[in-house]
Unconditional design. Structure first.
Length: 72
């Protein structure tokens, strides 16, 4: 498990999965300030996090519609 995986989860909007990865990484490297910061940011359901979740879902739906049109 790497921080790259956590970043991929973040970009895809899988915030809970990203948090899990960072927590596991932090448990192996307790002094890592990057991991500490990411876990701290991801543990709260902030307005930004809610917006990201909505935008990620919207993007997913738009991509599904595009794919359906291209398939026909």
């Amino acid at each position: 498990m790497t921080s790259t995986l956590a970043e991929i989860y973040l970009r895809q909007g899988h915030l809970d999965k990203a948090k899990e990865v960072y927590e596991k990484l932090l448990s192996k490297d307790l002094e890592n300030v990057v991991y500490k910061g990411r876990v701290s940011l991801l543990q709260y359901d902030t307005p930004e996090r809610k917006r990201l979740r909505v935008l990620t879902e919207l993007l997913k739906r738009l991509e599904e519609q595009r794919d359906a049109r291209e398939a026909t």
